[in-house]
Design a protein around this ligand. Structure first.
Ligand code: 5GP
Ligand code: MG
Ligand code: MG
Length: 172
């Protein structure tokens, strides 16, 4: 395996600080629930929550996509649902990376059936070249090329989630 740094710690911190500031401005005086998408979204959510300067509630949903492991099929299975009642609340879904967009499309539709005041999406990384559905992500950290990445929550066979930087990983 060959690994090459794509996004440094410093850059990640800068991106998350900026997103946190925008979210704070946009949601001031609203009841906001951050819903982290497990497992990949856990680091981004933890960092983002600390850059949001207002009261927020935090919940998690764990999903798994049917089909092969490198590409999502759009058929999403809920492994663990949220625990709170989000009706009437403003929900921000916090995801590590948007690729085809199928996972976030599914989650957005799901939360739209729960009577939320609003449902918006945040992803720290975006691979726009890979999109299969026309989906608006309200808060995007950074666009990245169509390469497989790990670190900052993202895994390869459950490894590398704890790396503080984002790496491109290639078979050698
Ligand atoms: P999609 O947008 O295609 O439904 O799926 C996005 C999810 O697939 C991401 O949240 C992430 O979990 C996984 N994924 C997509 N691209 C990559 C990648 O380059 N590296 C890793 N580790 N996971 C990825
Ligand atoms: Mg994910
Ligand atoms: Mg994965």
């Amino acid at each position: 395996m060959k690994m090459e740094v794509l996004i440094t710690k410093e850059k990640l911190e800068e991106i998350v600080t900026d997103l946190g500031r925008r979210i704070t401005e946009d949601y001031r005086d609203k009841e906001l629930v951050l819903v982290g998408v497990l497992k990949g979204g856990f680091i981004f959510l933890a960092d983002l929550a600390r850059k949001i300067d207002m009261d927020v509630k935090i919940d998690f949903i764990s999903v798994s996509s049917y089909g092969n492991s490198t590409e999502s099929s759009g058929v999403v299975r809920i492994i663990k649902d949220i625990e709170s009642d989000v009706s009437g609340k403003h929900v921000l879904i916090v995801e590590d990376l948007i690729d085809t967009g199928l996972t976030l499309q599914y989650l957005k539709d799901l939360f739209n059936t729960k009577g939320c005041a609003s449902v918006k999406l945040a992803a720290i990384m975006d691979k726009p070249d890979r999109r299969k559905v026309d989906l608006k992500v309200d808060y995007v950290g950074i666009e990245i090329p169509d390469e497989f990445v790990v670190g900052y929550g993202l895994d390869y066979a459950e490894k590398y989630r704890n790396l503080p930087e984002v790496y491109i990983i290639r078979e050698t």
